[in-house]
Design a protein around this ligand. Structure first.
Ligand code: MN
Length: 427
């Protein structure tokens, strides 16, 4: 593959970038923002500056790029931009990188244009970056699947017989995926604890987060057509952090035989900035060894995992954050290319904006488990927070924050935050 110039660690920008920012000039993520009630439109971010791409188009800063349709940046979601295809995403990111480099005076010396296009990140509202047609959730961390299998079934046969032969997944609910910062109400449903005879209706008593990373599909496929592991990455626009909220008590009662339903469909939270696969190129790493050997359509060449540090914190109402989990996206047993190849091998069509989440990402050490279910081992080992309180599961007023970043050659490429506060059940 040709070198991606925008990834050069030596690049510097004339925009101020605070130390340890997730958004150096080597990132150039894409998002959708609005300011003081304006209509949402496309943007990127460097340091703490949000840059309005629709204004850059209006002022001619994209002319050199000769985009077939520059109006895509005026749209309220990125689907039309993403539909232009991988060569255009790459060209656009390279162009933005060029525009903001230290020695490029084109926009640097145009204070009037900056006044129109630049916003302070803490003054804008971020929106869902894509219209999500379908959402699929995988179950691709072996450590997570093993932990859950041990708790709910049998530690000796924690993984079901299919697990190492195919990336297990289910079709989730797209309508309740919300942007970071959106508060959600504790969900209700049927539960049946082991010590009672009949189920009853209640707010969940076992609300949990799931630490995940999701990819956004970047190309349409036709029904009957399959994506191969070799070309799968042409169909992946970029990644976001993903909190797949779960109600464990509702899940335990409802999930047999068709899998999760109300336990998962009430909400999932995503981070607002889509970090492109191009920007994550420096963090490629090998997929863990797969044994037994997989079927031909799941075989792949090259490094398909990504070394992205992940962490989760909980802050009680008006309290300080406590870091409760450190994991890494590289732990995934099944990589995204295999997930997409498997998803489409039967002929299922994909559409631009579809979202595929990894499944909870746990590592092998107990502090790397990506859910409270595992961290507290079904509530039997409560966690202690900084304020002295204990958590078995999420309480009303708690805020869960997921962060993620890769770091190499002194360059940190991050996602920002995926934040959500839990409110009491809606009456
Ligand atoms: Mn999940």
């Amino acid at each position: 593959m040709a070198t991606i110039k925008a990834n050069n660690p030596a690049l510097k920008t004339w925009i101020k970038v605070p130390k340890n920012s997730d958004f150096p000039i080597q990132n150039i993520p894409f998002g959708i923002f609005s300011y003081q009630g304006s209509s949402p439109r496309a943007c990127t971010r460097i340091g703490d500056t949000v840059i309005d791409l629709s204004v850059l188009v209006e002022l001619g800063f994209f002319d050199k790029l000769r985009l077939e349709d520059a109006s895509v940046f005026h749209a309220e979601v990125l689907n039309d931009f993403i539909s232009l295809g991988k060569p255009v995403w790459r060209k656009t990111r390279e162009h933005l990188s060029w525009l903001f480099q230290e020695d490029n005076t084109l926009l640097k010396d145009d204070k009037e244009a900056q006044k129109q296009a630049f916003y302070a990140a803490d003054k804008v509202v971020m929106h869902l970056p894509v219209q999500i047609g379908d959402y699929t959730d995988f179950y691709s961390s072996m450590e997570h699947a093993t932990n859950v299998g041990s708790m709910f079934r049998d530690p000796k046969n924690a993984l079901l017989p299919n697990w190492k032969h195919l990336p297990v997944g289910y079709h989730g609910r797209a309508s309740s995926i919300v942007i970071s910062g959106t508060e959600i109400h504790r969900p209700k449903g049927q539960i049946k604890p082991a010590d009672v005879e009949l189920p009853f209706f209640t707010p969940t008593r076992q609300l949990d987060f799931e630490l995940e990373v999701a990819f956004i599909v970047g190309g349409n496929t036709q029904m009957g057509e399959s994506v191969t592991t070799e070309n799968a990455e042409d169909y992946i626009f970029g990644l976001v952090l993903f909190n797949d909220w779960s109600a464990r008590d509702i899940q335990a009662w409802e999930y047999v035989p068709l899998g999760p339903f109300l336990a998962k469909n009430f909400a999932s939270t995503i981070s607002p900035w889509i970090v492109t696969l191009d920007a994550l190129e420096p963090f490629r790493t090998a997929t863990p060894k797969q044994k037994p050997e997989v079927l031909d359509y799941l075989k792949f060449k090259g490094k398909k995992n990504f070394d992205i540090n992940l962490e989760v914190s909980i802050a009680p109402d008006k309290g300080k954050e406590s870091l409760i989990c450190k994991s890494n996206f590289k732990y995934m047993y099944w990589n995204m290319s295999q997930q997409l190849a498997h998803h489409t091998v039967g002929g299922c069509n994909m559409r631009v904006g579809d979202m595929c989440a990894s499944g909870t990402i746990s590592g092998s050490s107990p502090d790397s488990y990506g859910s409270l279910l595992e961290l507290t081992w079904k509530g039997t080992k409560p966690l202690k927070l900084k304020d002295g309180s204990e958590r078995k599961f999420i309480e009303d007023g708690d805020t869960v924050v997921i962060r993620g970043y890769g770091e190499k050659d002194g360059i940190r490429i991050g996602f920002g935050e995926c934040v959500c506060k839990i409110l009491p059940t809606k009456k």
